[in-house]
Write a protein that binds this ligand. Structure first.
Ligand SMILES: [Zn+2]
Length: 273
């Protein structure tokens, strides 16, 4: 039988061929896999996506690593330095200053809703509490100069002013003036209710408890501005102020305005124009 009689050489060839085929098969399979992988890199967007993903991943992983460390160092140093520069805190102070220059005269009545916080002086008179420290300082200086000032009149209510006006009118009527004449005459000397600075609480009539009234008036005329007060109704300015010369009536306007009004020798009306 031929089959049974194959020589060892033939058997060896068959074995080598089979082994070669198996080897080729293994190599071919591996080669296909490698080729497949190599083609994906340049063509596929997968590689680009992979890069950007890595970048993104790095950023993400970097952020959590850094952010816990950053806040403690940045936040405390930056937060306090920025707020002081950004909010300018001037607006609140400007409206506060405007009260000092409120104009009240026969042409400008008191605001109807005007509200005053008063402080009562030792003699029972009262003034706007905001002018008290400067008023006290002025009186201290006048006394140090040998003078004897006293507040004869400070704040007046609207009804106080009406009573004063009615009393003056009655006085002129008693002298024989008609009611209209008496009113006109009274209004030359007494502010029409609602137009008196005394209703503001920012004006004081200063008298002397000694005989030397003019010594006090002269001292006030030269020094009151240093304490924020002005001679409100100067001589020769009657047509502007609407009030006759009153060497005793001082009005608080604050030191800045008082210094300018004093040096320019103007009235409050002129200063505000
Ligand atoms: Zn007065």
């Amino acid at each position: 039988m031929n089959n049974q009689q194959r020589d060892p050489k033939t058997i060896g060839k068959i074995r080598r061929t089979a082994a070669l085929l198996i080897l080729l098969g293994v190599l071919g399979f591996a080669g296909f896999r490698c080729t497949g992988k190599l083609r994906e890199k340049p063509d596929g967007s997968g590689s680009t996506a992979t890069l950007s993903q890595i970048t993104a991943t790095e950023a993400q992983s970097a952020a959590p690593a850094e952010s816990p460390a950053a806040p403690p160092t940045d936040a405390p140093t930056e937060a306090p330095t920025e707020p002081p520069t950004e909010p300018p805190t001037e607006p609140p102070t400007e409206p506060d200053e405007s009260w000092k220059l409120t104009l009240v005269n026969r042409w400008n009545a008191l605001p109807e809703d005007y509200d005053v916080s008063l402080v009562t002086l030792s003699n029972g008179r009262s003034v706007d509490e905001r002018i008290y420290p400067d008023l006290q300082a002025m009186f201290d200086a006048a006394r140090a100069a040998g003078l004897s000032p006293m507040v004869r009149e400070g704040f007046r209510t609207h009804s106080d002013q009406e009573a004063i006006m009615n009393e003056r009118i009655a006085g002129y009527e008693a002298e024989g003036y008609s009611e209209e004449e008496a009113r006109q005459k009274a209004e030359e000397y007494v502010a029409i209710p609602g137009t008196s600075e005394h209703e503001l609480g920012l004006a004081v009539d200063i008298n002397s408890t000694s005989e030397d009234a003019w010594g006090l008036y002269n001292w006030l005329a030269q020094n009151a501005h240093e304490y924020g007060f002005i001679l409100r109704y100067p001589e020769g300015k009657e047509s502007i102020t609407g009030i006759d010369y009153e060497p005793w009536h001082y009005r608080y306007v604050g030191k800045e305005a008082a210094a300018e009004i004093y040096s320019q020798q103007v009235t409050l009306e002129e200063y505000l124009q």
